[in-house]
Design a protein around this ligand. Structure first.
Ligand code: NAP
Length: 267
């Protein structure tokens, strides 16, 4: 098996990373930074975001496994003391029924950025947000090429189902099961008055729909794609839709989404 490990860089994550390499070598795994089949992220959900973007060009060809070294993760299901067990299961040892992991696939959000100076595209695992740098964001939101609303406020958050438990949750979005091919549009502190009127509720778009956000004035904007930030001074529009490709996670045991939501937020 060709594998790669990314860790958060804190002492425990580095130690576990070394432990993983040692056990993997004993089992004949091949360390491969270019074309791994399995990428192991050791740290937190933020580490998984880094791992995802590190291998963004190879997403269809690999699966991720997450080990958490802090609190329970949404992308990281293995605990710090479970590395030997994880390696055993990766080798098909311990449970003869598990010779191969179950691969679960989660939807992603695709963005096409149109600027006066050119175009760019991105894929988000959690979400993309658009905010004003100097103050209020003013933007027209179209759904399926029809004007939907004029937005004025702090920003707009467009999340994937697996990202619904992250920033989206803080702005009042719904939790969405990752088996649903959808993106969620949630407002970040919208202003509502006679001129600017927004829906005021988060909404879900299915896979075959798209949404365009048009910058409605000259404004400096901050675009975030997961943990990455970009400033854009000449935005024309952003098109968002559910991406064609999905991200794969290798499951060596069940990791139900609703259990994770309960354990993370309800205790
Ligand atoms: P960070 O600011 O250092 O950490 C953000 C927190 O979000 C961490 O506790 C992280 O968990 C958690 N997180 C990441 N993905 C998650 C998910 N899918 N479900 C639930 N929690 C999740 O930033 P970062 O580690 O680089 O992560 C970037 C992410 O931060 C963005 O994608 C965005 O979702 C989130 N964020 C949230 C807010 C907010 O809620 N107001 C504001 C900005 C950004 P770990 O500790 O396990 O890494």
């Amino acid at each position: 098996m060709r594998y790669y490990v990314l860790d958060r860089g804190d002492p425990l994550s580095v130690e576990l990373s070394q432990q993983f390499h040692k056990l993997a070598e004993q089992r004949g795994f091949e360390l491969d930074a270019e074309s791994p089949e399995i990428v192991v992220s050791i740290g937190g959900d933020g580490t998984m975001l880094h791992a995802f973007h590190t291998f963004i060009d190879r997403i269809p060809d690999l699966a991720f496994v997450g080990v958490h070294t802090g609190h329970l993760g949404f992308y990281a299901d293995w605990k710090a003391d479970e590395i030997p067990k994880l390696i055993d299961l990766m080798c098909g040892i311990g449970d003869p029924k598990i010779m191969k992991p179950r691969i679960v696939k989660y939807p992603l959000v695709q963005l096409e950025i149109h600027k006066k100076s050119g175009t760019a595209s991105f894929i988000a695992l959690n979400e993309f947000t658009l905010k004003g740098v100097d103050g209020t964001l003013v933007a027209q939101v179209d759904i399926n090429d029809v004007t939907f609303e004029m937005f004025r406020g702090d920003g707009i958050c467009i999340s994937t189902p697996s990202g619904s438990t992250a920033y989206n949750k803080s702005v009042g979005g719904a939790m969405v099961h990752p088996s649903i091919d959808a993106l969620q549009i949630a407002e970040i502190a919208s202003i509502n008055n006679r001129i600017f009127r927004t829906l005021g509720s988060p909404l879900l778009l299915p896979k075959h729909h798209h949404c365009d956000i048009f910058s409605s004035k000259d404004q400096r904007l901050l675009l975030t794609v997961d943990h990455n930030n970009f400033q854009i001074d000449d935005l024309i529009s952003v098109r968002c839709q559910v991406a064609e490709q999905k991200v794969s996670f290798a499951r060596y045991r069940p990791f139900p989404f609703w259990n994770r939501v309960r354990d993370a937020f309800l205790g």
